[in-house]
Design a protein around this ligand. Sequence first.
Ligand SMILES: NC(=O)c1ccc[n+]([C@@H]2O[C@H](COP(=O)([O-])OP(=O)(O)OC[C@H]3O[C@@H](n4cnc5c(N)ncnc54)[C@H](OP(=O)(O)O)[C@@H]3O)[C@@H](O)[C@H]2O)c1
Length: 301
Amino acid sequence: MSSNSKKLIAVIGATGQQGGAVVRALQAQGQFKVRALTRHPDKHRGLADEVVEADLDRAETLKAAFEDVHGVFLVTNFAEQGTDELKQATAAVQAAKAAGVKHFVWSTLPDVEAISGGKLHVPHFTGKARVDRIVNDAGFAHHTFVIAPFFYQNLLAWTPQKQEDGTLGWALPIDPTVRGIHMGDIRELGPIVAGAFAHPDEAGNGEYLPLVGDFMSFKEIVDTLNRQGHEFSFKQVPSEVFATLFPGAAEIAAMFAWFQAHTYLGSDMRDRIALANKIAGRQPTKFSAWARVSFPVHASA
Ligand SMILES: NC(=O)c1ccc[n+]([C@@H]2O[C@H](COP(=O)([O-])OP(=O)(O)OC[C@H]3O[C@@H](n4cnc5c(N)ncnc54)[C@H](OP(=O)(O)O)[C@@H]3O)[C@@H](O)[C@H]2O)c1
C-alpha cells in the first residue's frame, strides 16, 4: 500500500515514553501513517511521517491535529503540573469524535477509589479510570483501553539511595514479601497499541489490554537484581512516615498500599494479559532480562 493510501494514526504524547513507544511500533509495523502530536512540533521534526501541534489544554489545537485521522492514541501526563486529566481527555475525545475518528485508544489505569471502597486515594490511577466511561460513551466505531504497568524504568528514575545502615537500596511503604506489582518495559506498550489498531475486530470493542512483563514483590525485584551482582537492600517504611517525606509522597504511599492490598491491576487480569500479548504478537520481556541489559551492575557501583 502506498504511503498516501495508508490510514493515519495520531499519537498524543509522541515525544514521551508511552506515545514514543506507540510511534515506533506503528512505524515498525508499517500498516499506518503516523502523525506525532506535540506542543512543540519545531523541536521534533522527523519524529514520524507528520509532526503536528496539539495541546490538550488548548482544545482549539485539536481540530487540525485530528483532521483526516483514522485512529488516536491518548495518554495524559499526570506528572505535569496543572494537568487535569479528565478535562484534557474529554477535550481529546470530543475533538476526535467531531473529526470522524474511527478508533480511539486510551491509556488508562484501574479505579483505585471504587475497588478499595473509597479507602485509598491515588488520583493518577482513579482520574484515568474516570475517563473510561467518556471514551466508552463517545460512540467511536472502535475503542480500546490499554493499561500501562509499573514501568521497569521507574527503578532507574528512583535510584537506590544510601540508607542509614550504609547499604544502598530502597526504603518504601510496602511489605516486600507481598507479590502485587504488575511491571513491564514501557517501550513494549507500543506493539499492543499498534496491534489493537491493526486488529479492531479483536481488540476494538472496549477490550482492556494490560502490558505485563512480570508480576513481583519488592523482595523478588531486589533479589533478582542482587543475583545479577548488585548489593541492594530494602527497608519497609511505615506509610504515615513516608507520606510526610516530600510533596506528593502521600499519594505514592497510597499507591504502594494499593499494590499491597489489591495488586497493581486490582483484579485477576490473566485473560486480558493473554489477549494483549496475542494482539501484540509477542511475549513481553521479563524483569530479569530487562535488568541484565538496562540496569547493569556498574550503574550502581
Ligand atoms: N511511571 C509509571 O510506572 C506509570 C505507570 C502507569 C501510568 N503512568 C502514567 O504515564 C503518564 C505519563 O506518560 P509518559 O511516561 O509516557 O510521559 P512522559 O514520557 O513524561 O511524556 C509526557 C508526554 O505528554 C505530553 N504532554 C504533556 N502535556 C501535554 C499537553 N497539555 N498537551 C499535549 N501533550 C502533552 C508531552 O508532549 P510534549 O511535551 O511534546 O508536548 C510528552 O510527550 C502519567 O500520566 C502517569 O500517571 C506512569
